[in-house]
Design a protein around this ligand. Structure first.
Ligand code: NAD
Length: 264
């Protein structure tokens, strides 16, 4: 990608392991010349994130659990100390109790509704507020969403509601941050087998369904999301903000099952 991101520095939030979408994004950004900083959530993931960060010559700026604002402040203070400013931020964070990623949405509890919204939606806003302050030469923020925000997908339930709110947040944040030349966008990724996705009921069925029925007749990879993410945070996308870009083998345009699809 010709050093498109050379001289740019950014923070990657949301790597759990080498199957994480954020890892695909980090690799693409590094390939394009960016310098990367990483957060991790808790000691168990620290052991996974440290070697991955080292593989890309990046730095690790500490533990961040978005339900604890003090840990968000701490990682931003560390980034500011190390770099002074940043050019981009990747937000690849979501969580819901897996007991509610199955069955009926109508049974969502108030506790899990609030927690899902806080971690999967509000975290983007609270992080964007801090990122804007460090994006002194302008910048780009990117989050991850899913088609379950737009249409009802089985078992996605409260996460679909949270992703709809996340996509609306992208638009509001784009307006708030735009005057400071900070862009805010989302990628709506097709289903990918990750740790977070394994909590969704019947996920294997969803993967097969997308493979058989999407225009490209294959599933999305973290490298495909990574390349699109690199574009969206690069200067090539300098005119794009408030946008949700689908990287899903085209599945979102399909209105009916492929009649030639095998049984699942
Ligand atoms: P993943 O499990 O690899 O990553 C999820 C990340 O969220 C983990 O790194 C985890 O530490 C982090 N996280 C969860 N709760 C947190 C908290 N309280 N504080 C800080 N971090 C927390 O899974 P993934 O699929 O790569 O997920 C990344 C993003 O992509 C999520 O927003 C997810 O909804 C979205 N997405 C995933 C798919 C898919 O099919 N896998 C499709 C579309 C969108």
């Amino acid at each position: 990608t010709g050093g498109l991101m050379k001289g740019k520095r950014g923070l990657i939030m949301g790597i759990a392991n080498n199957r994480s979408i954020a890892w695909g994004i980090a690799k693409a950004l590094r390939d394009a010349g960016a310098e990367l900083a990483f957060t991790y959530q808790g000691d168990a993931l620290k052991k996974r994130v440290e070697p991955l960060a080292a593989e890309l010559g990046g730095i690790v700026v500490g533990h961040c659990d978005v339900t604890d604002e003090a840990t968000i402040d701490a990682v931003f203070a560390e980034v500011e100390k190390q770099w002074g400013k940043i050019d981009f931020l990747i937000h690849a964070i979501a969580f819901s109790d897996k007991d509610e990623l199955t069955g009926r949405y109508v049974d969502t509890t108030p506790e899990n509704f609030s927690r899902t919204m806080l971690i999967s939606c509000y975290s983007l806003t609270t992080i964007a507020r801090r990122a804007e302050k460090l994006m002194t030469d302008g910048g780009a923020i990117l989050t991850l969403t899913y088609f379950g925000a737009e249409r009802v997908m089985p078992n996605y339930n409260v996460m679909g509601v949270a992703k709809a709110a996340l996509e609306a947040s992208v638009r509001y944040l784009a307006v708030d941050l735009g005057p400071n030349n900070v862009r805010v966008n989302a990628i709506s990724a097709g289903p990918i087998k990750t740790l977070a996705a394994s909590g969704i009921g019947d996920f294997r069925y969803i993967l097969k369904w997308n493979e058989y029925n999407s225009p490209l007749r294959r599933n999305t990879t973290i490298d495909e999301v990574g390349d699109a993410a690199m574009f969206l945070v690069s200067d090539l996308a300098r005119g794009i903000t408030g946008e949700v870009t689908h990287v899903d083998s085209g599945y979102h345009v399909v209105g009916m099952k492929n009649v030639d699809a095998p049984d699942i």
